[in-house]
Design a protein around this ligand. Structure first.
Ligand code: PHE
Ligand code: FE
Length: 294
């Protein structure tokens, strides 16, 4: 699930057929053989490429959750295994849900996932998160106790951010960690963000391409930095460990931070600041080769 504060969300009411908390039945038996085959194709492609690129915690999650079994996972069955490990479950929703609904689920250790899968002509790119992005991308790390705690804390922090009108700042934190985060383990950069690991192209680009900047994670800096939703990222932020990410975000009271950030300008996507810990100074060639969408 992506968090896009710029996306207009439907009004307060869930669509017909959805529960008051916006959940729907996954209706697993309705998937066609073609849909299961699409999952298998995407799964096999990522599973072959990610070892050595992704954090080992992600591969452990795939393993303990038995995600390599063929076909689109049955959320009920997956939730059984996940719940036993970290208390999280996976529930289906019709599409993007209002922020407050999303945060409320996270704070209750429920991960909301789309049930539809992309069409065969959309294997490499689609804008709306589908079941492959949501489940393959996000769920393995929910089997990791520290990351599981981070996601719950994020949900609680999200509900709180709404009271401060600070959703956009907090959404950037989600974007640059949960969706597009990198981690440095034993000196080597590894992927962990769901938006990267569910994308073949970005799994290569985020680690190897000379274009993007790769900067040490800094909470304030991240919350001030704009991001793009239409192409590979121009900036990645690198954490030292999930424990460090959890500690930094949990310990800080964001209320004064939001007030302070309110007085500071946003940072443009490709800007490098004097205080940045620059791990890679990107050429930005990828972005410059393409017309900017906005
Ligand atoms: N500590 C944050 C607050 O005071 C909450 C939070 C925790 C936000 C973890 C993000 C991640 O609002
Ligand atoms: Fe997502």
């Amino acid at each position: 699930m992506e968090l896009k504060p710029t996306t207009p969300v439907p009004g307060g009411q869930p669509p017909p057929g959805a529960a008051p908390d916006w959940t729907i039945a996954q209706d697993w038996s309705a998937y066609t053989p073609q849909e299961h085959a699409t999952w298998d194709l995407l799964f096999d492609r990522q599973a072959a490429m990610l070892p050595g690129r992704v954090t080992p915690a992600f591969l452990e999650g795939l393993d303990v959750l038995r995600l390599s079994r063929r076909g689109i996972p049955d959320f009920a069955e997956l939730s059984g295994r996940l719940h036993a490990l970290t208390g999280w479950t996976v529930v289906a929703v019709p599409g993007l849900v209002p922020e407050a609904v999303f945060f409320e689920h996270l704070s209750q250790r429920r991960f909301v996932a789309g049930r539809f899968i992309r069409r065969p002509d959309q294997l490499n790119y689609l804008q709306e998160p589908d079941v492959f992005h949501d489940v393959f991308g996000h769920v393995p790390l929910l089997a990791n106790p520290v990351f599981a705690d981070y996601m719950q804390a994020y949900g609680e922090g999200g509900l709180r951010s709404l009271r401060f009108g600070a959703l956009e700042k907090l959404a950037r934190l989600y974007w640059y960690t949960v969706e597009f985060g990198l981690i440095r383990e034993a000196g080597a950069l590894r992927l962990y963000g769901a938006g990267i690991v569910s994308s073949y192209g970005e799994s290569l680009y985020a680690l190897d391409d000379p274009s993007p900047h790769r900067l040490g994670f800094d909470l304030r800096r991240v919350m001030r930095t704009r991001y793009r939703i239409d192409d590979y990222q121009q900036n990645y932020f690198v954490i030292d460990s999930f424990a460090d990410l959890l500690r930094q975000t949990l310990e800080a009271d964001f209320a004064p931070l939001y007030a302070e950030l309110e007085t500071l300008p946003d940072i443009e996507i490709d800007t490098i600041l004097p205080g940045d810990r620059v791990l890679t100074l990107g050429t930005q060639a990828h972005a410059h080769e393409r017309p900017r969408a906005h």
